[in-house]
Ligand binder design. Sequence first.
Ligand SMILES: [Zn+2]
Length: 292
Amino acid sequence: MSSIRFGTSLLSTTRHHSVINYSRIVIRPTILTQASRLTSAAAFAPRYCSSSKDSSSPPPTSHKDSAWRKMADEKQMPHYLKQDHDRVFDHNRAWAAAQEQRDPGYFAKLSEGQTPDYLWIGCSDSRIPAEQIAGLAPGEAFVHRNIANLVPNNDLNVMAVLDYAVRHLHVKHIVVCGHYGCGGVKAAMTPKDLGILNPWLRNIRDVYRLHEEELDAIKDEEARYNRLVELNVVENCRNVVKMAAVQQSYAENTYPIVHGWVFDFHNGLLKDLNVDFESMLEKIQKIYNLTN
Ligand SMILES: [Zn+2]
């Protein structure tokens, strides 16, 4: 899915810099030689890995790369955008070669199908790669990400993902993972017209309203904001539990279990909010019982 998101990003970039024609970019074969020298997939942690020997290449981290671009003359922008494009394909070729070398037949096995145990619903924030922080390999997690990890019942996208994951992939765990410092949650706390984001952020504003007394009692703004991040996760776990597919599967199979976690940028750790799934389900079913 990340490649799809990146593709979208490239398309968006292309619209703003129409001088680039990505379809004509040719990937140099030298990367295959580089790839064959590398034996571990761990060698391909996200970084700048273009095969270009151009001395004007940007520094190796994305943050520096971004700063570098801001300083660059606008005329150089097409050059850097092409490098952005190239590095993804360079990385991909090297990663594929290393994976196959480490585990011959890896891609043949991968192509046979998926049986992930986890459905991960996380924020779109670029700093939280679900599989990396959770140590999950390709095939282990079905992933859906949106702004502020929401599960609104009128969002066909997340509803379809959940339904498919439960009814067809038979996932055992559904994780709603938020993160402290979430821009979506912060925007929702800002009393301002944010255009098309208004209906989306209203879901978070509703969470605030539901827990207004508790949140207003927290005087420190950052602590209040962090607590809203946690409550937003819990309320979206509740939205998952309200679904017929989840209730019916749990009644029949005793899975999936729903978890609420929060990622902390300061230490890279996941915090388990210890959502009491069974108790939540029992209370929900007083009104939202959809098991028959
Ligand atoms: Zn976020």
